[in-house]
Write a protein that binds this ligand. Structure first.
Ligand code: AMP
Ligand code: MG
Length: 325
């Protein structure tokens, strides 16, 4: 069975094609800026402009034709309405034209499911989901994907991007900060904000802005990474202990950061847990994770009528009925 998956929750417009457990294509186009942040209306325009190019690219990479597709899946939630709407419209159009089932996928759950696709021995992990808009610790428990901890304000990626913007680095800022941080080992004390299972970044961002100009930017970048990643690893570890699980996976663009990966790996080694980190193409927002999760959902009896397929920008992970596990 061939599943086509469309990702469009934020800056990435991606299309993945999955046949059974094989990823045939995972093509994407990213909205970026040289300076300034992400403007939702411009983002929508970007996705409209490139959606057909990405679709043709994915079909060519997979070596299939539109008529070969058995199901059409798309990210229905959560995300920015301006971008979600474009992916949903393309998906609905394809489903109508091809007369194929349509499946709306929760983006956060797809980040976890794709790691289980990449690592078949990974059965029941805790997901540390660290992306632009989202920062959550998620695990399957009592029949649902539940959120055990999360950010109380902004997502860690947005935090990194805001700090990078302040430094004049452009969007996305995370990779640029990672490079900058490699130039320092000089730790400057910063606020550490873990509240129970939750984290927050707003106060830290304000604090960093007051330090900007008084310290070397590479020292700030290094200290910021050490502080923020320690906060994330702390809540991930507590979730492992609380849920009595012994597998940690990482998802989301910030997961590409090598220092964060190293800290996760060390924590897992210390407590005899396994750490699974997929290739970057499956960490960042991508269509393959949607195609794969949509396929699992379809096999679990889930599909949606075109007329009911309204985007759900604010859907929570634990709102989703899980019928495929
Ligand atoms: P996502 O929303 O999952 O696609 O992730 C996008 C976020 O990941 C953006 O905020 C980026 O700045 C961030 N990001 C990408 N690569 C890195 C990296 N190497 N280190 C830290 N953050 C990163
Ligand atoms: Mg994401």
């Amino acid at each position: 069975m061939i599943s086509l998956g469309i990702e469009s929750t934020a800056h990435t417009f991606g299309i993945g094609i999955v046949e059974d457990r094989m990823v045939l294509a995972n093509v994407k186009n990213l909205y970026t800026t040289k300076s300034g942040g992400l403007i939702p209306v411009k983002l929508g325009e970007h996705h409209i402009e490139i959606c057909d190019v990405v679709l043709r690219g994915a079909l060519a990479k997979a070596g299939i034709k539109l008529k070969d597709i058995d199901i059409v899946t798309f990210s229905i939630s959560p995300g920015l309405a301006h971008s979600l709407r474009i992916g949903a419209t393309v998906a609905k159009t394809l489903a109508l034209r091809l007369k194929k089932p349509l499946i709306g996928v929760n983006h956060c759950i797809a980040h976890l499911e794709v790691v289980r696709l990449c690592f078949p021995d990974c059965k029941d992990p805790i997901l540390l989901y660290v992306s632009g808009a989202n920062t959550q610790v998620i695990a399957y428990d009592g029949g649902k994907y539940r959120i055990f901890g999360e950010t109380l304000d902004i997502g860690v990626g947005n935090f990194l991007d805001s700090f990078a913007r302040h430094l004049g680095l452009g969007f996305p800022g995370g990779p640029k900060i990672e490079e900058l941080a490699k130039k320092s080992t000089n730790y400057i004390e910063l606020p550490y904000s873990v509240k129970g299972m939750d984290v927050s970044f707003g106060g830290l961002l304000t604090n960093l802005k007051t330090k900007f100009g008084k310290y070397k930017t590479e020292d700030l970048a290094y200290s910021m990474q050490e502080t923020v990643f320690a906060m994330l690893v702390e809540v991930a570890e507590r979730a492992l202990a609380h849920c009595e699980k012994n597998e940690l996976v990482i998802g989301g663009g910030v997961g590409c950061n090598k220092r964060l990966q190293e800290m996760c790996r060390l924590m897992c080694e210390d407590r005899n847990a396994k750490f699974y980190c997929p290739e970057n193409q499956f960490l960042v927002d991508n269509g393959a994770m949607i195609a794969w999760t949509g396929l699992l959902m379809y096999k679990g009896g889930v599909s949606i009528k075109v007329e009911d397929a309204w985007i759900r920008p604010y859907e929570r992970t634990d709102d989703v009925e899980v019928t495929w596990r």
